[in-house]
Design a protein around this ligand. Structure first.
Ligand code: SF4
Length: 293
């Protein structure tokens, strides 16, 4: 694997009640090899050349160590926004695992989203982090149909494997849920799919399902998506162009879908509002603040 020069790893963010309320963000790898056909991270604006090739960063664990040591404010670190941190090279290099060990040692929390079942390898470290800080784990699952999954997310384990991983994480006492995002109009936006994803999440230990409701398309990412649609789903590209033109956010045409989503989550007692999910997992910080007061 190639290692790129880097000056810093941790980035301070303040999302408030958005995106799981994380305090810091980091991407331990550059690029992602999972090749999801809709991936937003391949958009021009992020300037990641050769996106499908995973690269590490020079001395990233040493740099992260220094950064964690010097931070006065603890908090939750988000991992995996621009690149799935459990890519196939992680098995060999264990960069994420080394980072998690440091996060545990310095009593930070962690918020991870992934499509890979490799996440279960690090259950021991999540449990350790969970003893002093907050942990939230998200398996991104967009379809309950493994055949469709293999087409739209071709280079990572299929949805059924992700649910098995979810069950293991949940059985280990960790807070885990599903990121049902994106929802691809005409492909994964049937009421049946939404219901199945929610039911299977509940059956496999999810405490929440979060969904943004549609898919974003822009610049070269749209071109890549359309190229894949042409290869995999005849006539669908034309349908997207007819329906959405050059629109950035493309929502399902089913106006009832959000209601179906919310009703199903309520039926299984799953959280689905970002505010509630944040409240459910950031208990330790609140507890610490209360004991301090
Ligand atoms: S796993 Fe995430 S970052 Fe990787 S290709 Fe898929 S959507 Fe993009």
């Amino acid at each position: 694997m190639e290692f790129l020069p880097t000056k810093s790893i941790l980035q301070k963010v303040s999302y408030g009640e958005e995106w799981f309320g994380i305090d810091y963000n980091m991407n331990l790898y550059k690029g992602c090899s999972h090749q999801c056909i809709y991936c937003d991270s391949r958009s021009n604006c992020y300037q990641i050349e050769d996106f499908d090739r995973v690269r590490g960063k020079e001395k990233e664990i040493e740099i992260l160590h220094q950064e964690l040591k010097s931070k006065r404010k603890k908090g939750v670190i988000g991992i995996g926004a621009m690149s799935d941190t459990y890519n196939p090279l992680e098995k060999q290099y264990e960069i994420t695992r080394k980072a998690l060990k440091l996060i545990a040692d310095y009593h930070f929390g962690v918020s991870i989203e992934t499509k890979s079942n490799l996440i279960v390898r690090d259950i021991d470290l999540f449990q350790k982090i969970n003893m002093t800080s907050d942990v939230i784990l998200k398996l991104t699952i967009t379809t309950a149909d493994d055949v469709l999954c293999k087409k739209i997310e071709p280079c990572v384990c299929v949805s059924s494997e992700r649910w098995k991983a979810m069950k293991e994480l949940s059985n280990a006492g960790l807070l885990v849920g599903t990121l049902l995002t994106p929802i691809l109009p005409f492909l994964t936006d049937s009421e049946e799919n939404i219901k199945n994803v929610i039911r299977l999440s509940a059956e496999n230990g999810a405490k929440f399902v979060f969904s943004m409701g549609g898919v974003t398309l822009r610049e070269n990412q749209r071109d890549y998506f359309f190229q894949k649609l042409e290869q995999l789903f005849p006539n669908l590209k034309e349908k997207y162009i007819r329906t959405f033109g050059n629109q950035y956010f493309c929502y399902s045409q089913n106006q009832n879908l959000r209601k179906v989503f919310e009703d199903e989550c309520k039926k299984y007692g799953l959280l689905y509002k970002m505010k509630d999910i944040i409240q459910a997992y950031r208990k330790k910080e609140e507890g610490e603040q209360l004991s301090f007061l």
